[in-house]
Design a binder for this molecule. Structure first.
Ligand SMILES: Cc1ncc(C[n+]2csc(CCOP(=O)(O)OP(=O)(O)O)c2C)c(N)n1
Ligand code: SF4
Length: 315
């Protein structure tokens, strides 16, 4: 099935107005910040961001903030619970007539993969089960970034992190496979889930526009190329982020009421092209090439896309 964009067909349709202003304390070349900047173009300013501890906490170092809207800081495990409190307070104020409906706000959780895939999973599960009307924006840099790039459940096979170094026992870095949080969310039956990547801005904006039509939990998993943790020059972020999608490692897809559609089918370059650009995978190529590990990564991607093709044939 070919996915059609309805709202964002051309780049010039993306609003020019910025809602995440420049001058944050985040690293130069932060792919997560680029994704948030684009997301905010659809979300607008009528937002309360509920931010789990992580890199994005640096977005609001009192008294400075790049947001025109509001921001609340929570612990790593409790941003969805914080979002529930904010949503409930808004609903009560509106119901009592103390806040006009036109001043209603969107509630948006900001969480890294450490929170999203790991520490906040139980409060997320509770919030989805309670059908909380909120957005969850996960910027996935595939590690616990803010505290020095420790292994997270989102870290992919073969990556070296500060707690999964390559060693004689583990020459290919981590042997864990990235947790499939998209499917964990889908099992909870929320109305909307999407993966996005900032190098595909029309795809990203369209998904935020679609999500706005649903009441209930809405997840966005944003590829967040991270020069500091993935060990490449900040100027390389666009190339790295694009190759994540073009190799098929970061599929662009959405789930509407459980029905999954891939929104972009890449021609699929070899994964090696993506891996080679990043220091976190350098041990797979130097001092000796680890063919088995590279083949393993390629085979996992091939198997994923084969299953996508089979599923689409079956429709
Ligand atoms: C329960 C708990 N353990 C540890 C920490 C310390 N801590 C603060 S930020 C952070 C890393 C968060 O990782 P992630 O959610 O992936 O976001 P990122 O830092 O990559 O943006 C950690 C471990 C904490 N705040 N709370
Ligand atoms: S460590 Fe990575 S995710 Fe965190 S601010 Fe820097 S570039 Fe962004």
């Amino acid at each position: 099935m070919t996915w059609q964009r309805e709202t964002f067909k051309k780049i010039k349709q993306i609003p020019r107005e910025e809602h995440v202003l420049p001058g944050t304390a985040l690293c130069a070349g932060c792919g997560g910040l680029e994704a948030l900047r684009l997301a905010a173009k659809v979300l607008g300013d009528e937002v309360v961001y509920v931010n789990a501890a992580g890199c994005f906490t640096m977005l609001a170092a009192y008294p400075f903030t790049p947001f025109k809207g509001s921001w609340l800081y929570t612990t790593m495990g409790s941003a969805p619970a914080g979002a529930q409190g904010v949503r409930d307070a808004l609903d009560v104020l509106i119901a009592k007539g103390r806040l006009p409906e036109r001043e209603n706000l969107k509630v948006v959780v900001l969480g890294g993969d450490g929170s999203t895939y790991d520490m906040a999973l139980s409060s997320t599960s509770g919030a989805i089960t309670r059908k909380l009307d909120f957005y969850y924006f996960c910027y996935d840099n595939e590690a616990y970034g803010n505290t020095g790039m420790q292994l997270s459940p989102a870290t992919p096979y073969g990556a070296r992190t500060s707690t999964s170094p390559c060693s004689l026992q583990h020459p290919s870095g981590t042997t864990q496979e990235k947790k499939d949080i998209f499917e964990i969310w889908r099992a909870h039956k929320p109305p909307y889930i999407a993966t996005v990547a900032p190098r595909y801005p029309l795809d990203l904006e369209e998904k935020f526009a679609r999500a706005a039509t649903f009441t209930g939990p809405k997840l966005f998993l944003a590829l967040s190329a991270c020069p500091t943790g993935w060990l490449y020059d900040p100027g390389e972020t666009p190339g790295v982020a694009k190759l994540a999608v073009e190799t098929g490692l970061w599929p662009l897809k959405e789930s509407i009421n459980g029905v999954v559609t891939h929104t972009y089918i890449p021609k699929r370059k070899p994964v090696e092209e993506y891996l080679k650009l990043q220091g976190r995978f350098r041990h797979l190529f130097e001092p000796t090439r680890q063919d088995e590990a590279i083949r393993h990564i390629q085979e996992r991607v091939d198997a994923y896309w084969k299953q996508v093709k089979n599923a689409e044939k079956a429709v």
